[in-house]
Every structure is written in C-alpha cells, then in structure tokens.
Ligand binder design. Sequence first.
Ligand SMILES: C[S@@+](CC[C@H](N)C(=O)[O-])C[C@H]1O[C@@H](n2cnc3c(N)ncnc32)[C@H](O)[C@@H]1O
Length: 233
Amino acid sequence: MKDEQGSQSFDPYRSIDQNLNSGDAINRWLLLRPRQRIVQLLKGQRILDVCCGTGNMTEMLVAARCQVVGIDSSRTMLSHARQKHIAAEFKQMDATQLPFNQEFDAAVISIALHEMLPQVREKVWESMQRAVLSNGRLIALDFAVPERNSLMSRFASRLIEQDERETLNYHPEHYENFQEFMRNGGLISWLYKQDQPLEEEYCFWGGTLAVVVTGQSVSDRDSRTTSTEEQSK
Ligand SMILES: C[S@@+](CC[C@H](N)C(=O)[O-])C[C@H]1O[C@@H](n2cnc3c(N)ncnc32)[C@H](O)[C@@H]1O
C-alpha cells in the first residue's frame, strides 16, 4: 500500500477496515464523557488532533468551533475520518515527526499512546510539544490504573482488557505495548516521567480512563487539580 507521500508503510488497521464502523460505536459511547471534558477545555481554539484515527475526537472539537488539523499514520483510519465530512483538515503523518512549530493552542492525543513502543511514545510527545505555542497545552486521554478497586473499575478494566486483546488478531505489538503501558502505571505514571506539570487530571470509568492536561514548565507540578467524573451507565 502506498501512503500519501508515495512510500510503502504498514497499516495494521487495514485488516479490520470492515469492522471499524461497529468499533466506532463502542468507541463513541465509552469515550463520550472524557471527550466532552476535553472539548470544554478547548472550545474555539486551534487544535492539533494527534493520532486522530476515524475522527471521533476531531468531530466533537469542530462542533465546539475549534479549528482542527487531524493527523494519523493509518490511511485506513483517515479514510473513515474523511468519509464523515468533518470540517477539519486530515493529513497522513507519522506523529513522531510532526512538521509543526508553535502553530497550535493545544495538541490532543486520545487513546493512542498506549499502543506505541515506549521510545515512540516519547518522540510523539516531544513532537507535540514543538507543535504548540509556548503557552500551549498538551492533553492526553488514555488508560489509567485505578487508585481504588470498585465495581466500576473492575467492570471497565475487563471491558478494556477484552477490547485490547482483540488487537492480538491483527497487531500483536499493540497488545504488548498496552500491557507494558499498564504494568508501568498507565497514563498518569507515564506523564509524570515526562518532566511536565500535570495541571489537571480527570478520571472516568472507575479510574480506568484519564484525561490529563499538561502545561509547558516543570515549576508548578504540585499545583494540579484532580477530579473524578464517573461516567453514568
Ligand atoms: C485506537 S486509535 C485512536 C484514534 C482516535 N484518537 C480516537 O480517540 O478514537 C489509535 C490511532 O493512533 C494511530 N497511530 C499510532 N501510532 C502512530 C504514529 N506513530 N503516528 C501517527 N498515528 C499513529 C493509529 O493509526 C490509530 O489511528
């Protein structure tokens, strides 16, 4: 398969092209509340949606009058995003090598960091830092390790584990990377290691999903706010 730059690239999502529409419905339901939180924080801004996939996050940002550029390496995922006729620009790009320099108010990455190798994850984050203005924000939504064991956290963890296990059928590295990500404490632990202040944290589904807002300096790391916003079933 040729990508938009005309070179060959492996697209793990190609083999599940036919299933992406049904997967999309679950994705929208599970991630509705975390995405609504992100949209509230970013209304009307210029946003880079990194690893935008089929454009579910992009669509909600556009509805909140954001100007959005969505990038993803998968031609399959981008073709689904484009079929939705969202008023955003979609580009096929590797998120480790974003060509943007201080062009966005914020960069968002939703449900993508966990599937990457640790060194790729770090490069993506650095690339996102370069893409935003000096006072710009980076926002990540991804899987987290619950602080407390509850009925909701057990239910959601099982759902997530089952869904991630499916990736063994078409992209085993995805599942291995997910396991490594969770073993090391999930999104919040990973972001702590990136030497950036975590300004706001929001937890969903019993703490199994988190939205974290980071700023650009390390000075006020301890001034962050934490909140739990349970998704109603
Ligand atoms: C599970 S999907 C999530 C998509 C979307 N952000 C969402 O919230 O539904 C993860 C996406 O990350 C993309 N991705 C993974 N590694 C990437 C990389 N290095 N550069 C660009 N996209 C990447 C995949 O192609 C896939 O579309």
